[in-house]
Write a protein that binds this ligand. Structure first.
Ligand code: NAD
Length: 531
């Protein structure tokens, strides 16, 4: 009689020892630069390929396509993707529900072991992933490396966290009982990431989901589906069972919305803009026919992050911190400094130094490792340029102020600084998400904090001061999820800076921190009579 062989499962191998961050690559070392250049050439040879949807392990093609292009060379297609529509929602949910039956019962060791394998594979392909990030979203080498290193950190960190959660012990045992608490998975989750950390955020929300025993419909941003496709290939290589992650690029407004509203979707892990986050919150709150739970939402949204510089601050350090927070990855980080709030006693001196520093920034093809690449797409470039025009009227242009055409037809915008912007004005309140920094004059440190807190956001912030007393005041009064003292406000590190914002910046989910996996699980308390 013929026997049906069960699929062979990879061996469980857990990494020993405490979590350690993946080191960043030093590209000033010729060997690293050589490997990066080689990876860029290798990836260049793979541009323009077509990628399928993956539903329950099956490759699916659709009529409609998404063309992912290189923002630095808009005629260059990075990847051609299927475009999931409403008709793919049911098959995707069905595949994820089916996989949930076995994946939710798979041991935590096996699930953690999968993440460790993914991390190991990614470590081997680090330069290649960096190259994809450079082509698809215009990250320079160091920015791409930070994104990939963070992804590896999530593999290493969330796997250890899942193992820790599985060993939760209760502080009280009732006499004659064995009292335990298990963190069990939620169900099928919609994972909806943005394009700006297309590897780390996309992978982070996916990895936290699956290590907790959930199954996922992954809908990457239409600006960065290729990196997500490469990541899903890694998951498959690491032995992920069919249906645990269903890969579905598609339009947010049709496919995304329909997945969010589906009665069998148990939770939504979203990172993106305030507008879309609020929309998801509203749609998810509705009780669809057949829905038997309150959908959980993990929503991380925009920012209008400020750095407050006190009169006694180390001015050179403050200028460096502001410039790198404002213009790293073209200012397209949710944590980017978009407001520098400067004490009036040092205001002119600060602007003078800042102008010199910003004018050293090189703009051009990030594959050649310039300081700044292109912004993500044409629409975004136009929005940014519109904000700059408003800024020229509302304030004083210090440097930049236009599209950068020197570097070709890419979506390049000059690093722009606009001074004398008034609190509560448009540029002081709205997230621009591009290389535009506004500078605001404050009367003193307290006034600086007051201005810093005057938006509806509350994501990151920094202060530069030598005063212990003012540092303590900032720790108490600067209302942001991630505060930094005497350093830049970007570059949160997994384990050290759990990341998530207040107010309209989101639900403060603190990714990369010890509370994160609770958002992807539910606690089941069991009191068992013994003896
Ligand atoms: P976005 O809101 O436009 O898109 C995010 C994702 O939502 C995309 O995958 C998109 O396709 C999807 N989407 C759009 N409409 C949808 C709908 N109706 N239903 C379901 N999904 C939908 O954001 P973006 O432009 O990709 O990213 C930039 C934004 O993300 C900025 O506001 C930035 O501050 C924010 N961000 C926040 C964090 C954080 O941790 N707080 C991190 C990175 C980026």
């Amino acid at each position: 009689m013929a026997t049906v062989e069960a699929p062979t499962r990879p061996q469980i191998r857990l990494h020993e020892g405490p979590f350690v961050n993946e080191p960043l690559t030093d590209f000033s070392k010729e060997e690293n630069a050589r490997q990066m250049r080689a990876a860029i050439e290798k990836v260049r040879g793979q541009l323009g390929r077509e990628y399928d949807l993956i539903l329950g392990g099956k490759r699916v093609r659709t009529q409609d396509k998404i063309k992912s292009i290189n923002p630095a060379k808009p005629s260059q297609i990075v990847g051609l993707h299927q475009k999931a529509g409403k008709e793919q929602v049911e098959p995707a949910i069905t595949a994820a529900l089916h996989a949930f039956e076995s994946w939710s019962r798979t041991s935590v060791e096996e699930r953690a072991s999968l993440l460790f394998r993914v991390g190991d594979l990614l470590r081997q392909r680090k330069f290649e992933f960096c190259a994809w990030l450079s082509f698809e979203v215009s990250k320079n080498w160091a920015e791409a490396d930070g994104d990939v290193a963070e992804t590896i950190d999530f593999c290493e960190y969330y796997s250890r966290e899942a193992l820790r959660l599985a060993k939760t012990e209760l502080p009280v045992q009732m006499p004659g009982e064995r009292d335990t608490l298990f963190y069990i998975p939620l169900g099928v989750g919609a994972v909806i990431p943005p394009w700006n950390f297309p590897c780390a955020i996309m992978a982070g929300m996916t990895l936290a989901s699956i290590v907790s025993g959930n199954t996922v419909i992954l809908k990457p941003s239409s600006d960065s589906p290729t990196i997500a496709a490469k990541f899903v290939e890694l998951l498959e290589e690491a032995g992920i069972p069919d249906g645990v992650v269903n890969f579905c690029p598609g339009a947010g407004a049709s496919f995304g919305d329909a997945v969010v509203s589906h009665p069998k979707t148990r939770y939504i892990a979203f990172t993106g803009s305030r507008e879309v986050g609020l929309r998801i919150n509203k749609v998810a709150a509705d009780n669809a026919p057949g829905q038997i739970w309150i959908k959980r939402t993990v929503l991380e949204m925009g920012g209008k992050d400020a750095i407050v510089v006190d009169a006694d601050a180390d001015l050179d350090a403050a200028v460096e911190g502001v410039a790198s927070s404002a213009f790293g990855f073209q200012g397209q980080k949710c944590s980017a400094c978009s407001r520098a709030i400067i004490d009036e006693r040092i205001y002119d001196k600060f602007l003078e130094k800042l102008k010199v520093r910003v004018e050293k920034i090189t703009v051009g093809d990030p594959a050649e490792n310039t300081n700044m690449g292109a912004v993500i797409n044409e629409g975004s470039m136009k929005d940014i340029l519109n904000y700059i025009e408003v800024g020229k009227k509302d304030g004083r242009l210090i440097t930049g102020g236009a599209r950068d055409t020197k570097a070709g037809d890419g979506f390049y915008v000059q690093p722009t600084v606009i001074a004398d912007i008034a609190p509560k004005s448009k540029l002081e309140q709205e997230e621009i998400f591009g290389p535009v920094l506004v500078v605001i004059k404050s009367k003193n440190f307290d006034h600086g904090l007051e201005i810093a807190n005057d938006t509806e956001f509350g994501l990151t912030g920094a202060v530069y001061t030598k005063s212990r007393e003012k540092i303590e005041r900032a720790k108490r009064d600067f209302h942001v999820g991630n505060l930094y003292i005497n350093r830049k406000c970007t570059g949160a590190t997994v384990g050290a800076h759990p990341f998530g914002g207040f107010n309209m910046s989101g639900t403060d989910s603190k990714s990369g921190g010890p509370d994160y996996l609770y958002l992807f699980t539910q606690g089941k308390s069991v009191g068992e009579k013994i003896g």
